[in-house]
Design a protein around this ligand. Structure first.
Ligand code: UVW
Length: 306
């Protein structure tokens, strides 16, 4: 399967342009006010699940692609002699915007010198991107979340690296869970990769490859009018990929052609246990990015609320 051909077929370029305004949000346009209202009805018990991983030196980055966050104190308060005896502490952090739980923005990947919706790749400068910055998603990531617990359905702690999750399997897991999909859903795909990291604490093994979506799932996501997809692995898609000649084809089609933001390195462990217990795999999900200007990605602290 040629990713360019799939991308051409599933392209959303121009779909959400209004008048002379070229869309910079992509599929999060599917998160309409009506759908947000409907999602709010899923909050019944007040149970809140924190789907973010900690941002710390013990994160999953190896230093090869990215580093883990480095936090340093500007002030600890010890040398301060302030009126009234007050002391304060202050900290700085140095980190890639995509090193822990994160959204990939729509300028994160491209091919043939064009970004989503035809913006030129030259928009990405050493000072950030002129278009498609992650800040355009600030309101965009709230709606009905659906967990597809692939590892749970297979009865394994985690799927092996290189294992493709197919549309047939996604359908089978949803059927077994008794979950329907609706337009504008935010999908959370659990491969068990977070559990693997918690068990092994081995960034090299976490980052060396992963189970995930293959190219056929792009069509499936488009057919279901999915607003965004996130996963507990680091790239959503299977690695090594299905075609050794193409790196990250699912990224290229979803982000560049369809305009879909990808959520990566989330933690669905507690949520999955609860869903298995009450049989309810749907929830309200809110996962705003931080409004970094001109950024191509952002950390997030996603919440699922039941
Ligand atoms: C790359 O695409 C390089 O990284 P990520 O999986 O974080 O999107």
């Amino acid at each position: 399967m040629d990713f360019r051909e799939v991308g051409r077929r599933l392209s959303n370029w121009g779909r959400w342009d209004v008048g002379g305004h070229r869309d910079e949000r992509g599929t999060t346009n599917l998160l309409t006010p009506e759908r947000v209202v409907a999602a709010s009805a899923l909050v019944r018990e007040g149970k809140v699940f924190d789907l973010g991983i900690p941002f710390g030196a013990d994160g999953p980055q190896t230093g090869a692609l990215r580093i883990n966050p480095v936090l340093t104190m500007k002030e600890t308060g010890v040398d301060q002699h302030l009126p009234g005896g007050a002391h304060y502490s202050d900290d700085y952090v140095f980190m890639p915007l995509q090193c822990a739980s994160q959204w990939d923005g729509l300028a994160h990947v491209y091919y043939d010198d064009l970004l989503y919706n035809g913006f030129p790749a030259s928009d990405i400068t050493p000072h950030g991107t002129k278009h498609l910055s992650i800040e355009h998603q600030a309101k965009g990531l709230v709606g009905r979340g659906v967990l597809i617990d692939v590892a749970g359905h297979r009865g394994v702690d985690w799927l092996p690296a290189g294992e493709v999750i197919t549309p047939d399997e996604l359908d089978a897991v949803l059927a077994a869970q008794g979950t329907d999909l609706r337009g504008g859903d935010i999908l959370a795909i659990r491969t068990g990769w977070r559990r693997k990291f918690l068990a092994e604490h081995d960034p090299a093994s976490f980052m060396a490859g992963e189970p995930g979506l293959g190219l056929a799932s792009c069509e499936w996501l488009a057919d279901h009018e999915v607003a965004a997809v996130c996963s507990d692995n680091w790239a959503v898609e299977v690695l090594p990929g299905e075609d050794p000649a193409v790196l990250l084809p699912v990224h290229l089609v979803l982000i560049r052609d369809m305009g879909m933001t990808l959520g990566e390195i989330l933690d669905f462990e507690e949520l999955a246990a609860d869903c298995a217990q009450d049989g309810r795999y749907e929830f309200m999900m809110t996962a705003p990015p931080i409004k970094f200007r001109r950024a191509v990605g952002s950390p997030t602290n996603p919440l699922a609320i039941k």
